[in-house]
Write a protein that binds this ligand. Sequence first.
Ligand SMILES: [Zn+2]
Length: 437
Amino acid sequence: MKLIERGTALSLALLLALSAAGCQKGGADPTSPASPAGSAAPTETPAPEPTADPEEAVRTYWSQDQLTQAWGPDQVVEHLFFHPVIAYPEFAFGSPTISEDQKKGLDDYMVTVDEFNKILDELYKRDYILVNMCDIWSETTNSEGQPRMVRNTLMLPEGKKPLVLSFDDVNYYEYMLAEGFTSKLVLGDDGDIWAECTDPNTGETFLTQDLDATTILDKFVREHPDFSLNGAKGCFSLTGYEGILGYRTQNDIDIAADDPKRAAFDANRQSEIEAVKPVIARLKETGWTFGSHTWGHIRLSTASMERVQRDTLRWQEEVGSLVGPTNILFYPHGARPDGDHDQGEDYGPEFQWLQSQGFRIFASVGINSYSQIKKGISAVICDRLHPDGTTLRWRGQDYTQFYDVRKIMDTVDRPDYGTNWAEKASILDQIQEPAAK
Ligand SMILES: [Zn+2]
């Protein structure tokens, strides 16, 4: 989709949204090159034998006849979400260049690489299996001829429990780059996704698969293919105001068309757009899906209708045009439009307008993997749990099906902000140690 004139944006966006009947599936993208490793250039040397794509083994690990366990509409599908993981916790929590307020924010909302690794390990040992968020619900027509969402029955391998992972703000915001996070996702020469990272201590920039949530999960699933159903990984929840995935693809509408700066801005933006396309294609091919986190990370509980509309159209123009249509909206700050009214059937105009734009799955944040299908409108609302400093310290009692927070939290690098572990010991002590795998 090309950039479009403001005046036509509304009708075109509506059209796009209506045609977006379902999620973008993680399957092969017809627009992606057959060989994503940049091997299109002609060469004199004979082509090497094509090596098997390791992700193919992930996609095909489970055969249909092994999927004998029906996971019905009334059974919970657990949903955890993460922010970008802290690549250098010693730096993030120790450096004098990072303010106490920033450190508190990092502690509240993030987990470290080490904690993320331990959490994946615990989830795997407890027989969770990653499923595609887009497979959980479908839109069908009810007996009155109206479209409504329904929960699907998932077919799983025996003994497995379904799990959705989502990843918020995978935009690589400028402020994070100074805090020792990875800086973008790139397509490596091997055709795999890698993360670019600059060591905040040495200034050295390098590619890694060990310091970024996306590449860590990819690698973990390659090593444990039984952890994923049909190659499912996670769903990215993307804003647009600083581009996506580390590429500055956003428009700056404050630069007028006749401003001399416009040409240089557009040229740079276009090169960022071209650079991110193969990354998106490979992510889609390897089980990742995309949802909106609004363009401007706006607080939907207080934003005016006009702002919600402007923001949504801008997301569609600048992000949806790259990642494809989606029917998932992840509420920034977990803040629901119309306050909490949309928990019942009493939802307001913002919720209805967002639904009219094609969104069907509205995800907030909560203390369990709650979900509810609306009866009067084609939509489902759901909550996600949030492994981070706040829950590692204070809500371990709500995460006992996943892990024992006392074994996860990095008490060495994190600041000494306290925990309730002693108070909740009687609950935490009952957590069953999973069998080793
Ligand atoms: Zn966010």
